[in-house]
Every structure is written in C-alpha cells, then in structure tokens.
Design a binder for this molecule. Structure first.
Ligand SMILES: CC(C)(COP(=O)(O)OP(=O)(O)OC[C@H]1O[C@@H](n2cnc3c(N)ncnc32)[C@H](O)[C@@H]1OP(=O)(O)O)[C@@H](O)C(=O)NCCC(=O)NCCS
Length: 189
C-alpha cells in the first residue's frame, strides 16, 4: 500500500474503505437469498450488459459503466431486468445494508439505479419491475426499500408513489453536487 498517497488524499481512501465495508456487508446479507418465479422479470447475465449500459446512458446524465459492471458481479441476485419478447428493456439494481433494530440485525435494500428503455416508458414496465422485485425482497425478509430521487424527476417520483413509497426527507448532494433529492422508503414489515 502506498502510504504517501493515503497521506495526500485521506478522504478519498476513507471513502473507498467505507464503500468496501458496505459492499462486503451487502454481499454477506445476500447469502441464502431465495428467488421466486417472476413474470418477464429475471436477473442479469453478462450477455445483457451492453444493452443495460445503453439504457443507463440514455436515462442518466452521468454514465456509470464501471459501477454497473461491478454490481452485476457482486449483487447479481438483486440486479433485476425486465424483458419484452426476450429483449431486455429495463433494469433495477439494489444493494443491501444492515441496520440494528430491537429484534437485532436486519436488512434494508437500497435502489442504486433503475431505468426503462425510452421506447417503452409509460407502459407500466417500470412499475412491474419494481413490484416483482419487491415481492422477492419481502420473501427474503427485507425490512424496507430505500431510494433517492431528484426532486425534479417527476416520472420517477410518480412511479415510486404509485408503488407505495413515501417521502422521508429532502437531502442535498446525494443525487449530484448541489442537487436536492427526496429520500423515499417503502416499509415491507
Ligand atoms: C422513471 C422510469 C423508470 C419510469 O418507468 P416507466 O416504465 O415509464 O413507468 P410506468 O409506466 O411503470 O409508470 C408508473 C406510474 O408512474 C406514472 N408515470 C410514469 N411516467 C410519468 C410521466 N412522465 N409523467 C407523469 N406520470 C408518469 C405512470 O402514469 C404510472 O402510473 P399508473 O400506474 O397509475 O399508470 C422511466 O421514466 C425512466 O427510465 N427514466 C429515466 C431514468 C430515471 O430517471 N430513473 C429513476 C432515477 S431515481
């Protein structure tokens, strides 16, 4: 390990270390994950990645190819895709985080990214993808699902509200520098 570099950028290394810890905890929480039969919704495989990266780039200002590939390897069980006539038309990626309740350690899931191919939006595919994946979350005793959404992203806010998510609070600098976003939560238990 290069100590000079750590000394020069302690924040960066601390952030990297915290991320690795969260990832490790998330992977641990997926042990024994049960999958259910889902209509037109499945999990990612490598052949789908190029299409998913295209849909991601189309849906967001900032491309996150490296992160998406990482999630497809580490969190494959909760990296969902929706298909139409055998073609991937959307994805929803979750990661897991532990939290301490009066019952002991439990898990929450966080939506990292969700997008539907622009040609297929407003046809119910986003809602179907969320509902099917959340059904699986419930079976796996996930206490609640969290997400962050830009306050100006009306289609996404509508989708989440229709699926039952509630706004918990408004926060800054999570969805982007100086951007405001809502933290939303759907309690499953
Ligand atoms: C957000 C997104 C995933 C929604 O997917 P979608 O497949 O179009 O959503 P659905 O068709 O399932 O719509 C779900 C509900 O939201 C509403 N909705 C969707 N788009 C809307 C829009 N542009 N304006 C108003 N309401 C909208 C629908 O009316 C629907 O309500 P209903 O079930 O009562 O009919 C899609 O717009 C997208 O990929 N956006 C770009 C990426 C993005 O912003 N992701 C979210 C980041 S937090």
């Amino acid at each position: 390990m290069d100590l000079a570099k750590i000394h020069a950028k302690p924040d960066l290394y601390l952030r990297g270390f915290k991320k690795t810890l969260w990832d490790t905890a998330g992977i641990f929480l997926l042990k024994g994950w049960k999958q259910i039969e889902k209509e037109n919704v499945g999990t990612v495989d490598d052949t789908m990645l190029s299409e998913i990266l295209r849909i991601q780039a189309e849906g967001f200002k900032n491309e996150r190819q490296g992160e998406i590939i990482k999630y497809s390897q580490k969190f494959r069980k909760v990296f969902y895709v929706i298909k139409r006539q055998d073609k991937v038309i959307g994805y929803c990626i979750y990661h897991m985080k532990p939290f301490l309740s009066s019952r002991g350690f439990e898990k929450k899931s966080v939506i990292y990214s969700i997008a539907i191919d622009s040609k297929f939006r407003k046809k119910g595919f986003g809602r179907k993808l969320l509902e099917e994946s959340i059904r699986e979350m419930k079976l796996n005793r996930v206490f609640s699902v969290l997400l962050y959404v830009n306050v100006n992203n009306i289609p996404a806010i509508k989708l989440y509200e229709k699926t039952g998510f509630l706004i918990v609070k408004e926060v800054e600098n999570v969805c982007g520098q100086k951007e405001m976003c809502y933290k939303m939560e759907l309690k499953l238990f």
